[in-house]
Design a protein around this ligand. Structure first.
Ligand code: IPD
Ligand code: CA
Ligand code: CA
Length: 262
């Protein structure tokens, strides 16, 4: 690890924990939160904004010249190196009191994800990956499962409102026809972390934003899994699909989720 990347890795781990703890304080007092809407099925609260502010201000304090791409504030984009931040991934779960949400922080240099950190405050689990150095959950190495067949797999997916309903249903139908079990969990980032740690065998979403995916993509890859390259075709600016899974499931899942949208 280069010194500057190492410093960013450990700082991002600490910041993700603090940010998750702040999110969890709000989660325990949901009655006092006002839920606003950014669009259809797209809630937001002061928790999202304040958690994001905490992340950016702490990282800026340590690395004053760094750039940020963050869900709530946008931020300055820089193609060379940028932090990509989702303060709360799974906000729809969060505002309803469902404990499936997380903080997601990635660091990208020249189109490569160098650092991926996800923190789940509900379970006090920190998922951390450094490019080329593996992935951990609470400091213990983690690996994807050895799952070989869809008939023994649990595949998470979130079919959003941004892509064709027919394509999404078709993918679910294909998976069910091959006796795969599916889950719609509502946090792409946390589901990707759970592919990395073997609780799930795969995750698919036909269109997401970079802050939903980048940290989780690196976690899966560093845990020995396979994934599509979200950053291909200008994914950092336009968004992209993501498919991530155990290596043995790659072909079957690519076939099952092939749609006209992506
Ligand atoms: C959402 C989650 C969800 C995905 C949505 C995202 P948010 O992020 O990642 O799993 O299906 O498309 O918008 O809004 O909770 O940060
Ligand atoms: Ca998100
Ligand atoms: Ca979010």
């Amino acid at each position: 690890m280069s010194d500057t990347l190492t410093a960013r890795y450990w700082t991002a781990c600490a910041v993700a924990r603090s940010a998750g703890q702040l999110a969890y304080q709000y989660f325990q007092n949901l009655d006092s939160l006002t839920v606003e809407s950014k669009g259809i099925q797209n809630p937001v609260t002061i928790a999202d904004r304040n958690v994001e502010n905490l992340i950016i201000s702490r990282l800026t304090h340590c690395f004053p010249t760094d750039y940020f791409l963050a869900e709530e504030s946008g931020g300055e984009r820089c193609d060379d190196q940028v932090w990509v931040i989702d303060p709360i991934d799974g906000t729809a779960n969060f505002v309803r009191g469902l404990p499936y949400f997380c903080v997601s922080i990635a660091y990208v240099v020249n189109q490569e994800i160098k650092i991926g950190i996800i923190y789940d405050p509900s379970r006090d689990e920190l998922f951390a990956a450094f490019q080329g150095k593996g992935a951990t959950r609470n400091d213990q190495p983690m690996k994807v499962t050895h799952c070989q067949e869809l008939s023994s797999a649990i595949i998470a997916l979130d079919i959003g409102l941004r892509t064709s309903i027919e394509s999404g249903f078709k993918a679910v139908q294909n998976l069910m026809a091959q006796q795969s079990v599916t889950r719609h969990l509502g946090s792409a980032a946390l589901a990707l972390a759970h592919v990395a740690d073997g609780r799930l065998d795969g995750y698919w979403n036909p269109h997401l934003n970079p802050w939903d995916v980048l940290a989780g993509q690196l976690l899966v890859q560093e845990a020995g899994g396979w994934s599509t390259d979200f950053l291909a075709q200008d994914g950092i600016n336009k968004g992209n699909s993501i498919l991530a899974c155990t290596p043995a499931l790659q072909q079957a899942l690519q076939n099952a989720t092939k749609t006209s949208d992506c």
